[in-house]
Write a protein that binds this ligand. Structure first.
Ligand code: IPE
Ligand code: MG
Length: 235
């Protein structure tokens, strides 16, 4: 979700106005994913690197997050949306951790959509914590090193149990991953739009999905192989 600051700057507004406006884009994106039957939506809300922003901005973003979680809990429950969070959550202010835990707990039964919020997130840090826990399990004799395969490794990531993303949408025209789902995005289709996040609406998400549907996902095979055999490879 990028471009909040530039959206505000274009309008001679403070950066915070951009972040606030971006909340409506979150609502519309969540609603649209649910309508379309998309099973998982992961939003990169706050990266590990974002902690280095000016203190007032970090504080304001944490405030907005708390406000969003509090105001949305009813709507999430009503619509069967299960909220989850991924990242170094222990670094979040205790108040944020508390509401987050409450919303996660209270929406856990939701079966329509998993809404994953990446908070204090770094893909590399995620991989390292997976390695650390895996090594502990090997040392404790719970895991046989020779049996470590990709599904097993994936289960140690924050996203364990969830499928890898099919589509990555990056707003504000940047062609970077910025350490987002570094392991999981290996085969994702990447869609970049110049639209700033606060302007991102249903039509923009539909445009991204429309382009995704026209991509040929070959997973290393030839186009001919795919068309002839109609195979649906998984990796
Ligand atoms: C995205 O907008 C929101 C967060 C990273 C929290 P930015 O704040 O990065 O907006 P730009 O990149 O300055 O326009
Ligand atoms: Mg940015």
């Amino acid at each position: 979700m990028d471009g909040n600051g530039r959206w505000a700057e274009q309008r001679s507004l403070p950066r915070l106005a951009g972040h606030k406006a971006g909340v409506e884009s979150v609502r519309e994106t969540v609603r649209t994913c649910r309508e379309l039957g998309i099973p998982v939506l992961t939003l990169y809300a706050f990266s590990r690197e974002n902690w280095s922003r000016p203190h007032w901005e970090v504080k304001a973003l944490m405030g907005l997050l708390t406000q969003y979680l509090r105001s949305e809990i009813k709507e999430l429950k009503k619509n069967g949306i299960a909220l989850k969070a991924l990242g170094e959550l222990e670094k979040l202010p205790p108040k944020v951790q508390d509401v987050l835990a409450r919303v996660v707990r209270e929406t856990a039964a939701g079966e329509e959509l998993v809404l994953n919020l990446a908070l204090s997130y770094s893909g590399r840090a995620e991989i390292l914590q997976a390695v650390r826990r895996l090594v502990q399990d090997v040392q404790a004799g719970r895991v046989e090193p020779g049996l470590i395969d990709e599904p097993l490794f994936s289960s140690y990531l924050y996203t364990g149990g969830l499928p890898d993303p099919d589509l990555l949408v990056r707003t504000s025209g940047e062609f970077r991953l910025s350490d987002f789902l570094t392991y999981q995005l290996a085969y994702a289709e990447i869609y970049v739009t110049k639209t700033f996040w606060p302007d991102f609406r249903k039509k923009d998400l539909l445009a991204a999905i429309g382009e995704y549907q026209n991509r040929e996902r070959r997973f290393g095979l030839t186009g001919e192989q795919l068309r002839e055999k109609k195979v649906a490879p998984t990796g």
